[in-house]
Design a protein around this ligand. Structure first.
Ligand code: HSE
Length: 453
């Protein structure tokens, strides 16, 4: 049975998909049954990396979705619109959808899942997070029995490339970014990558799958690497840490009180799940499983009960790896069609992905930032005189913040740089200490503040 594929987009990922479909030799036999029937492009005349018959091309993406010869719609346009509308249009027509679009799923995932549930069609999205790394299906299926405690990942290749080079070369963020753009590792407009939005989209999706309920994408606290100073990467190295842009989604079973001195647990609403979800540069001890992930590679560490730690590592972007994930989703749908309808036509509903059914999701809430607990790295610029470290220590102590280490580094002129690593402390206590420290006459400024694992 031939299965008709409609491709929305023929950019990097779309071309990778077309290439796999055009070269089925040596792959799963089902690949040979996938036929590219229609392809939506922006510009008909643009030269293409892969040969696609010109009669398949159209500039009207609705033509692709509506074509009766298209059984599965593959959305690799990126961006919110028209991607969202086209996905919903395909679902309404009873056509399963495969998408690599993290932005649309992170913001409209529930709407899309509800529409898919109502129409009884699959929407698969393995390529939306981690490129070629299988993480969506493992979270949905293979790890489904676990109580997930934490998902943490390096899920943006551009920033990991920049951070890896900053660490290896002692180079400034701006210089490495400019070079990465020249070499094609960073986009001409790198904002979504370097400011953390891309990683926040991806952790929003992983959160939904890990905890069975979505969190509002715009509420995820997000800090990128664009303000990161090379000095902090160098000091972290001296102290035994590497700096990575981490996306973290963590179960919180009871919420500590934010008032200094009182740490009583706060009850949650029954059935709901409290989560701490965030994206920020993070100091990782060199022994941490994610610390050795360098260059454009991605990795996701899933910690669950009873499985323990499971880590997924691989290429997080690029035509081949992302197309590998897209075509795997197409094959899943094609395989189910064959199993449920071995001799009939390829049309009609193919069944619902039960774990994406919106009706079965629980309510998830983000914890108030002041009530989260972290280890912290803070760099202070101070005058170099007797008693300064003591006064800083007193401010931390009075706020209930326990210090793990405090080190003075040489700085230019009469100033000193003091780096403090705290034990895990309540964010509200840490902020209170920083306020008191910033007000000390010997302290010229809080130069950097980073989270530490
Ligand atoms: N821009 C992303 C990254 C790849 O740098 O990892 C697509 O998700």
């Amino acid at each position: 049975m031939t299965i008709g594929i409609g491709l929305l987009g023929l950019g990097t990922v779309g071309a990778g998909v077309a290439d796999i479909l055009a070269n089925p030799e040596g792959r799963h036999p089902l690949v040979a049954e996938l036929a590219l029937r229609r392809v939506a492009v922006r510009n008909l005349d643009r030269p293409r990396a892969v040969p696609v018959a010109p009669e398949l091309l159209t500039t009207n993406p609705e033509v692709v979705v509506d074509d009766p010869a298209v059984d599965i719609v593959v959305e690799v346009l990126g961006g919110l619109e028209p991607a969202r509308t086209l996905i919903l249009r395909a679902i309404a027509a009873g056509k399963p959808v495969v998408t690599a679009n993290k932005a649309v799923i992170a913001r409209h995932g529930e709407e899309i899942a509800a529409a898919a549930a109502a129409a009884g069609v699959y929407v698969l999205l393995e390529a939306a997070v981690g490129g070629g790394i299988p993480i969506i299906e493992p979270l949905k299926q293979s790890l489904g029995a676990n109580r997930i405690e934490r998902v943490s990942g390096i899920i943006n290749g551009t920033t990991n490339y920049i951070l890896s080079r900053m660490a290896a070369e002692g180079a400034d963020y701006g210089a490495v970014l400019a070079d990465a753009q020249l070499l094609g590792y960073a986009e001409a407009d790198p904002a979504a990558d370097v400011q953390g939005a891309d990683a926040a989209d991806k952790i929003a999706i992983l959160t939904g799958l890990a905890y069975g309920g979505s969190v509002p994408r715009e509420a995820i606290p997000t800090e990128g690497i664009d303000q990161l100073d090379a000095r902090d990467v160098a000091y972290a190295d001296k102290l035994g840490f590497v700096v990575k842009l981490l996306a973290i989604s963590q179960r919180i079973d009871s919420q500590p009180d934010s008032e200094p001195g009182t740490l009583a647990g706060t009850a949650q609403q029954p059935g709901s799940q409290l989560l701490d979800v965030r994206v920020h540069p993070t100091l990782l001890p060199r022994s941490h499983p994610l610390a050795g992930v360098n260059g454009v590679f991605n990795a996701i560490l899933v910690e669950g009960d009873p499985v323990g730690q499971v880590m997924f590592y691989g290429p997080g972007a690029g035509a081949g790896p992302t197309a590998s994930a897209v075509v795997a989703d197409i094959l899943n749908i094609a395989g189910i069609r064959e199993a449920t309808n071995p001799s009939g036509s390829a049309k009609g509903p193919v069944g619902l992905d039960p774990l994406l059914a919106a009706g079965s999701w629980r309510q998830c809430h983000l914890i108030d930032g002041a009530r989260t607990t972290h280890r912290n790295y803070v760099r202070l610029r101070t005058s170099d005189e007797a008693g300064v470290i003591g006064r800083i220590g007193t401010c931390f102590g009075e706020a209930g913040v326990s210090i793990q280490s405090i080190v003075q580094f040489e700085a230019e002129s009469e100033a000193a740089e003091i780096v403090v690593i705290t034990h895990e402390v309540l964010e509200a206590h840490f902020r209170q200490a920083l306020e008191a420290i910033a007000a000390l006459p010997e302290v010229q400024g809080v130069a950097a503040c980073l989270r530490t694992l």
